[in-house]
Write a protein that binds this ligand. Sequence first.
Ligand code: GLU
Length: 415
Amino acid sequence: MYDVVMKQFEHAADIMNLDPGVRKILSKTNTEIVVHFPVRLDNGKIEVFTGYRVQHNNALGPYKGGLRYHATVDIDAARALAIWMTWKTALAGLPYGGAKGGIQLNPKEYSKNELERITRRFTYALGDNIGPDLDIPAPDVNTNAQIMAWIADTFSSTKSPSTRFANLHVVTGKPMGAGGLAGRDRATGFGVVSTLKSWSALKKQPLKGMRFIVQGFGNVGYWTAHFLLKEGATLIAVQDASATLYNEKGIDPEALLAHSDANGRNINGFAGAQEMDPKAFWSLKCDIVVPAALGNQITEENAGGITAKVVAEGANGPTNIGGEAILRKNGVDIIPDILCNSGGVIGSYYEWLQNKRSEIWKIDEVLVMLHDKIETAFEQVVSTANEFKVDWRMSAYIVALRRLETTYMERGIFP
Ligand code: GLU
């Protein structure tokens, strides 16, 4: 993923003629934190875990980005994902920089109590490297509101009691009772569908009646399916690590979610669809493809099979350089990740503002604001693509990099 994000960056910097000094700054990450910390497991034994937090850039505001719990988390993945966060927040016009981190583990191998102890001890190990005005983590792959609540509680409990409430806001994506935002749970999937609505209006291709497939049935995959169904589209296939499900007549995402929740967050064994060969997933005949799992999924191996009109990148970095070239050659539109999945961090921004102002916002207001913000970003990406005669990924980069460049030019470099 690091290779992919750097190639994308170099290419965009060339096209827009990015200032050489700014280019040097953005080519490096500001801070890289690796922590090893011990946790006692339920069986009484001690395990040492490795956690990461990479802070790429904070020219526009505090570092922002998720924490993922996954076997693929390492320093390169954290770097790549942190860099994507810098572009994502800049593109959305948020007062944030970019960071990412997590722990290298498979959360399915641990009990809830173990995950709580792991999370609290990781938070303690990160110490003052995070904070509500310094670096604000959020959910990502395999992390959720419960994990954010443990982080908020641990972080604020280890600080002076007089700062407890301000310090609870060290993370976004919290449960409502801990200062969370109504609608933050669905923000990413809602935003994916907002970008698809903009795409549909631009291309004069109604979403109603379209057929779509989703890879990953976590938070992003489920909510994207939920909101696309409301637009009159039909979910015909879902893939996760446990199975690939297909039903020509349509899969009900609500029933699939209930099944997955009861089945250790795996979709296999669902009665409302048949299992199919995972290798045939990407080449299923459909209109919309939504990768909503991990990076580097659409590659030179499978991109040629994709016959959909559009790929909406709900995941971060789902398409590699070779895969992208094939999609473009075949005329498949790509709504790039830093635009497509930015609803999550936009929702996080509203949560942070709500907390700073000690307010409680209503879900309807939140979703209207979120839709407007992502629609504006989409319009900027389209107009910049026309201006520079480039694809949407490159124009999204150009919009983001221009913002960062302007900030550096105005503020200068200390000392
Ligand atoms: N993990 C999400 C992302 O990749 C959200 C980050 C955030 O809200 O800070 O964009």
